[in-house]
Design a protein around this ligand. Structure first.
Ligand SMILES: [Zn+2]
Length: 171
């Protein structure tokens, strides 16, 4: 859907321009409000011609009114999908914070350094012959099936919850 795309686009642009997503969303919402107000004004203006119009003019005016309605509706839909708190869960952890935390290298957390991307599993023990593979900062254990990001690994190692782990990893 177009509106979903717009959200993703704003998110991407906010990231690449290093601005807060909520701020960028608020800019877009303010713009949409202005556009909606502008369109409603135009619609109202057009409506005033209806009383003194002939049949043909009347048809064109009604078509024009419908067109303004469609434009306004599209703006309203986009606005309803661009909620500033959309990217925040109940813990106050944003997508940005999670993404930033995920950049923290798993290797820095490991008690024993990985060799050829393999290390002792953080989820089961004993794991004398290292079963946990680390690739692209993602862990997978070929013995117990544990898998996850650096956040999951840190939670296992430190016994911390998701929220504090994200914060500890710099998110
Ligand atoms: Zn394991």
């Amino acid at each position: 859907m177009v509106t979903r795309y717009i959200y993703e686009q704003i998110k991407k642009d906010a990231e690449s321009m290093c601005v807060e997503l909520d701020w960028a969303i608020e800019r877009r919402r303010t713009y949409l409000d202005n556009q909606i107000g502008h369109c409603k004004g135009k619609k109202k203006e057009l409506f005033t011609y209806l009383a003194n119009s002939n049949e043909l003019e009347g048809e064109l005016i009604i078509k024009g009114l419908n067109d303004w309605d469609k434009i306004i509706e599209n703006y309203e839909i986009e606005k309803s999908l661009l909620k500033p708190n959309k990217n925040k869960n109940s813990n106050g952890i944003t997508d940005e914070m999670i993404e930033k935390a995920k950049q923290y290298p798993i290797e820095n957390l490991l008690p024993n350094p990985a060799r050829r991307n393999m290390t002792n599993c953080v989820a089961h023990s004993p794991d004398k012959n290292p079963s946990m593979s680390i690739k692209n900062n993602y862990a997978y254990c070929f013995s117990c099936g544990f898998k996850g990001s650096v956040i999951d690994v840190a939670m296992k190692l430190n016994g911390t919850d998701f929220k504090s782990t994200v914060r500890e990893l710099g998110g």
